[in-house]
Ligand binder design. Structure first.
Ligand code: DAS
Length: 327
């Protein structure tokens, strides 16, 4: 067997960011092009061949449907293409969990697809980007990575897309965590160890990539919010809403009553939690309200899943709950 060949899609973020001064805190994300990045990676004796393509070069706060669609289309063709053994996407860390989960839900996964980012720009003291990238190359070129869904590599950990979440805005080792399951592997430039067996039996895509993303706002609950705030979010044709609820997906009673009334008219209401490690189980009144419990998905990932389900014509709350139970 020859050297593995990986497609590397650049989208920008801090991994491609530059401060211009190794001591500065502020920097500009999305400055280094993917070809320059790969030329730099060529300094290391990696047993891998890369082909780079620039999809975008922006901070991930600006990544949405247009970039998602480009990434999905290119990765879908790469997974079918015998020239490639796997793919890496360089991505800003702020919304990497959403892009990873969206791709996890909508890509055929016969080959490894790995997202990677950095917490510090390329020219900072203690920059983590190249180490994360080298680790990602090790993961994406390992056939054992297939069958674990889309993966995210940060801080020497391999996280499954369904579990990965950004939990810190500083630091390199523990900026991301897997919840409710921890890391699925540990990786360094010299080693890769998987925890447990692959869990995805079907390589086929689970859902069709949305041709258009339905409008699904997130309502951030807090003491004292009123129904008017929920109503304002629903004004512009929302097909669903995710409540980043207090505690285990709770919300003030006027908000609950408004959303239950709208749910009877077909709005899909998902109760998630604003708590970092929030688990939201079904409550008896969810049946009467036609609400869905987000389980372990945080609000932004619950929104991603709900957009995909609605775009795929899945509108029955019980069926939606079934997917949230086992994302
Ligand atoms: N600028 C942010 C982003 O692009 C942060 C990062 O990449 O770490 O998501």
């Amino acid at each position: 067997m020859g050297r593995p060949k990986l497609l590397v899609l650049g989208t920008g973020g801090t991994i491609a960011g530059v401060a211009g001064d190794a001591m500065r805190h502020d920097y500009r994300p999305g400055q280094i092009g993917i070809e320059d990045w790969l030329a730099d990676a060529g300094k290391f004796a990696l047993d891998v061949d890369f082909a780079g393509e620039q999809i975008a070069n922006i901070g991930s706060e600006d990544i949405g449907p247009t970039v998602w669609a480009k990434l999905h289309a290119r990765l879908e063709s790469a997974v079918e293409d015998p020239a490639y053994d796997g793919a890496i996407v360089t991505h800003g860390t702020d919304t990497a969990e959403e892009t990873a989960f969206l791709l996890d839900l909508t890509l055929p996964l016969a080959k490894p697809v790995v997202l990677v980012g950095a917490m510090r720009p390329a020219d900072a003291v203690g920059s983590d980007g190249m180490r994360n990238f080298v680790n990602a190359a090790r993961v994406a070129s390992d056939p054992e990575a297939a069958g674990r869904g889309v993966l995210l590599v940060m801080g020497d950990r391999v996280l499954a897309a369904r579990d990965a979440r950004k939990v810190r805005t500083r630091g390199t080792d523990d900026a991301f965590r897997g919840f409710p399951r921890g890391a699925v592997g540990i990786v360094t430039p010299a080693s890769l160890e998987w925890f447990g067996k692959p869990w995805r039996e079907e390589a086929a895509a689970r859902f069709v990539f949305p041709g258009a993303f339905p409008h699904v706002p997130i309502l951030y609950a807090a003491g004292g919010i009123d129904a008017a705030q929920a109503d304002a979010l629903l004004a512009s044709d929302a097909r669903g809403i995710v409540v980043a609820g207090v505690g285990e997906g709770n919300m003030p009673d006027p908000v609950r009553r408004l959303l239950a009334a709208r749910a009877r008219d077909g709005l899909i209401v998902v109760r998630a939690s604003r708590v970092d490690e929030g688990l939201v189980d079904r409550e008896p009144e969810d049946d009467a309200n036609r609400f869905v419990a987000a389980r372990a998905l945080n609000p932004q990932k619950a929104r991603t899943l709900l957009m995909v389900l609605l775009a795929n014509g899945v509108t029955d709350p019980a069926r939606i709950q079934g997917v949230f139970d086992n994302p």
